[in-house]
Ligand binder design. Structure first.
Ligand code: PMP
Length: 439
């Protein structure tokens, strides 16, 4: 029997009110605010394994996993020990340190086309810097991105972005100068013809195409067969770079991210990659990297400037390194098992009450769309019944399962999601499906 909580969350409500006085919207990242599903975001007090505990003392099965990083579960013993050990030796040196090298090697060893990486502190920094590098390398300024792909809150990449931008139905962000947005071309995802037409007209102005390796920020919309190959072929023909954003998929979709699943089947690798989330193990660490000749354009060896006070932070790199080392084949196997058990349950229960839905995958990553499939683009994803998702979300929450508070996000599991945690999710599904079906 799943726990059924009284819906009120008085301690979270009190904190949210205090937060809203001093923090815009009460949150430090918009999707956390429950705006699209309504209600009060839960303030978490602690997390262990697959569970979160909020300030009202309620426990939830965590299907957010910090939006991806917590692949081994919360407070995994070896990661915790690595963090303790690193922090006893100092928090930040402002000089090179050993773990930076070890983490860079761990990335280079896992993702075959990546010859060098530069460490940064967030996925946003990684994509921002990769764009600057691509522009510096090619001497061109135009960037092509795809609607529904989110690459962090970089000016040039906020147009028709996924994640919170999708959740709040914003076409763009205010505050992005036209000069910056004007250098960005937004195309529909999975549309080879739109890509080829754009390159036929403006190919010689394009510095880079940036894409999520398998987009997970409009829900999970993996590339249709041949799409990644078309990106590679078209960019190469026109002298533009291909940037694969693996901030979300990196080290999660497989040990080598989405590249590990699809890369070898595509003729040619991306020139640059961006990483984040898993490689920081829950701490602020991210990276961009790729071809050695391109990376050589970065300062101090080259003319493209990029820097960071906390880049390669010794505690964050220790957490990231311990996490990557902990990602054994058994971990990926467990992610698959847990994800499929949950997804099968969702399909069974939503089908039983006649709620239209489809589940899409990239490795062990998945999302549930509240509409019939297939979903191939952002326009498709926008056809969801977000109200049904909202009812489903709140029923799950009231039964102790914390889903991402938006229909446009992937559900994340960890290797710590054991049978007991999965069973708690499964037990909550029938009531949530009924709630979703009730107008
Ligand atoms: N790229 C992708 C694919 C992402 O999913 C995200 C974050 N969800 C980012 C970039 C930005 O990363 P960060 O939030 O660490 O800035």
């Amino acid at each position: 029997q799943p726990p059924s909580y009284p819906y009120a969350a008085p301690a979270s409500e009190a904190w949210f009110e205090r937060a809203s006085a001093v923090i815009p919207g009460g949150v430090n990242s918009p999707v956390r605010a429950f705006r699209s599903v309504g209600g009060t975001p839960r303030f978490m007090a602690s997390a262990t394994g697959p569970y979160l505990t909020d300030v009202d003392g309620r426990e939830y099965v965590d299907l957010v996993c910090s939006w991806g990083p917590m692949i081994l579960g919360h407070q995994h013993p070896t990661v915790l020990e690595a963090v303790h050990e690193a922090s006893r030796r100092g928090f930040s040196y402002g000089t090179p340190s050993e773990n930076e090298v070890l983490l860079a090697e761990a990335i280079v060893n896992r993702v075959e086309p990546v010859e060098q990486v530069r460490l940064v502190s967030s996925g946003t920094e990684a994509t921002m810097s990769a764009l600057r590098l691509a522009r510096g390398f090619t001497g061109r300024s135009v960037v092509v991105k795809f609607a529904g792909c989110y690459h962090g809150h970089v000016d040039a990449l906020l147009a028709h972005a996924g994640s919170g931008v999708a959740t709040f139905a914003l076409p763009d962000s205010a505050g992005v100068p036209a000069s910056s947005a004007g250098e960005t071309i937004v195309l529909p995802y999975n549309d080879v013809r739109a890509l080829e037409e754009t390159f036929a007209r403006r190919g010689d102005e394009v510095a880079a195409v940036i894409t999520e390796a398998a987009p997970g920020n409009m829900g999970m919309v993996p590339p249709a067969p041949g799409f990644t190959a078309a990106l590679r072929r078209t960019t190469r023909e026109h002298g533009a770079l291909l940037i694969s954003d693996e901030v979300m998929t990196g080290f999660r979709a497989s040990a080598a991210g989405w590249y590990g699943l699809e890369g070898p089947t595509v003729h040619g690798s991306p020139d640059l990659f961006t990483f984040g989330k898993v490689m920081g193990g829950g701490f602020p660490a991210a990276a961009f990297g790729g071809r050695r000749d391109v990376m050589a354009h970065l300062a101090p060896s080259g003319p493209v400037y990029q820097a960071g006070t906390l880049s390669g932070n010794p505690v964050a790199t220790a957490a990231g390194l311990a996490t990557l080392r902990g990602c054994t084949p058994a971990v990926y196997e467990r992610l698959e098992q847990a994800a499929h058990a949950i997804a099968d349950g969702v399909t069974a229960e939503l089908s039983a009450v006649g709620v239209a839905h489809t589940i899409q995958w990239a490795g062990s990553m998945f999302s549930v769309f509240f509409r019939e499939g297939p979903v191939l683009s952002y326009a498709d994803a926008q056809g969801q019944d977000t109200a049904a998702f909202g009812r489903f979300f709140h029923s799950m929450l009231s039964q102790g399962v914390h889903l991402p508070p938006s229909a446009y996000e992937c559900w994340f599991v960890s290797a710590a999601h054991d049978d007991a945690a999965v069973d708690r999710v499964l037990a909550a599904l029938p009531a949530a499906a009924r709630a979703a079906s009730a107008e």
